[in-house]
Design a protein around this ligand. Structure first.
Ligand code: ADP
Ligand code: ZN
Length: 298
């Protein structure tokens, strides 16, 4: 197998790796997200150090925080667009790497990359239509539909869908700077910490925070199931380390969808339908290697 590069470009750090897949990562580095000039130069240095005449890098894949331009053929393909992250608006990334390293570059959102990682090596192997949702600092979704990662208008921004707030149980105003109480505003890690005034990691497993969290996530999943018709949903991100959320979410999704959508996957096998990523927190980085592989064959 040829040697590939992968980058998980996040708002706080860029994780770069060289390898061929989850069982063969030869080098990895974490580079803080500072200014574009500084961070991108360090990324290029890393890949220059880890290629050799006997093992040249064949391609690099990037999964990036959004919004980004991931439309092949667009004049701003591989750019960060109007991200709220200071200094990173309208910044060219894929093209800069391509010029410096002279290899094909695959580029997509961080969540589409994570979805692709799970498709290659994880819990979405063999599926054609599925959803990867991350619940962390923010909420984002990547989707494959009929074998292709979804881009469309720009790319899905599933974290910002509108769901009914439970105003009797929850008076929190929501923390999304754009929409206040959208899904991310109500159910991201930041929302949990602002609502309850403590770190999410310090909330005990039986704290009411988790029942409310499961309620909001279940509402969102019902919407995604009814629109995308995914064959499976993978829930990743830091908040989902609270594994007690899975049975709560599964039970609520089943209850919302039955009897209308009373099919076996929902009624009797929901534990296999709403699942964690098999690659854990490596899904995004491994997905970036998979994007590199795709860039080679495209
Ligand atoms: P990011 O979204 O920044 O890429 P993560 O997916 O790790 O990174 O999400 C980080 C967020 O997840 C933190 O803001 C925190 O609120 C939450 N989080 C991290 N670990 C846990 C945990 N064990 N339990 C609950 N929440 C957690
Ligand atoms: Zn929002």
């Amino acid at each position: 197998m040829v040697l590939l590069g992968g980058i998980e470009a996040g708002g706080t750090k860029f994780i770069c790796a060289v390898g061929t897949g989850p069982d063969d990562v030869r080098a990895e580095v974490r580079i803080p997200t500072t200014t574009p000039a500084e961070t991108i130069a360090q990324v290029i240095d890393f890949f220059r150090q880890h290629r050799s005449p006997s093992d040249p890098l064949a391609a690099i894949g990037i999964g990036a925080f959004g919004p980004v331009d991931a439309q092949a053929g667009s004049p701003t393909f591989g750019y960060f667009l109007n991200t709220p992250k200071p200094n990173w608006q309208q910044i060219e990334f894929a093209g800069a790497l391509q010029r410096a390293l002279a290899v094909p570059i695959g580029f997509d959102t961080d969540v589409n990359a994570a979805a692709l990682g799970e498709f290659y090596w994880g819990n979405a192997q063999g599926l054609e239509t599925f959803l990867y949702l991350t619940v962390g600092t923010g909420i984002g979704g990547g989707a494959m539909v009929n074998g292709k990662l979804v881009h469309g208008l720009l790319h899905p921004e599933m974290g910002h869908i509108l769901i009914p707030q439970d105003s009797a149980a929850d008076t929190f105003a929501g923390c999304c700077p754009f929409h206040h109480n959208c899904l991310e505003g109500l159910a991201s890690g930041v929302a949990i910490e602002k609502r309850w005034g403590q770190k999410a990691t310090t909330l005990p497993a039986d704290h009411p925070a988790w029942r409310l969290e499961a309620h909001y996530l279940a509402l969102s999943l019902v919407n995604f199931i009814l629109t995308l018709s995914p064959e499976r949903i993978i829930l990743g991100g830091g908040v989902m380390a609270q594994t007690q959320l899975f049975p709560l979410i599964q039970a609520q999704v089943r209850s919302y969808l039955s009897p209308y959508l009373a099919i076996p996957k929902i009624i009797t096998a929901i534990e296999d339908y709403i699942v964690p990523p098999q690659l854990g927190d490596q899904a995004g980085l491994m997905g970036a290697l998979a994007l590199a592989q795709q860039a080679l064959t495209d």
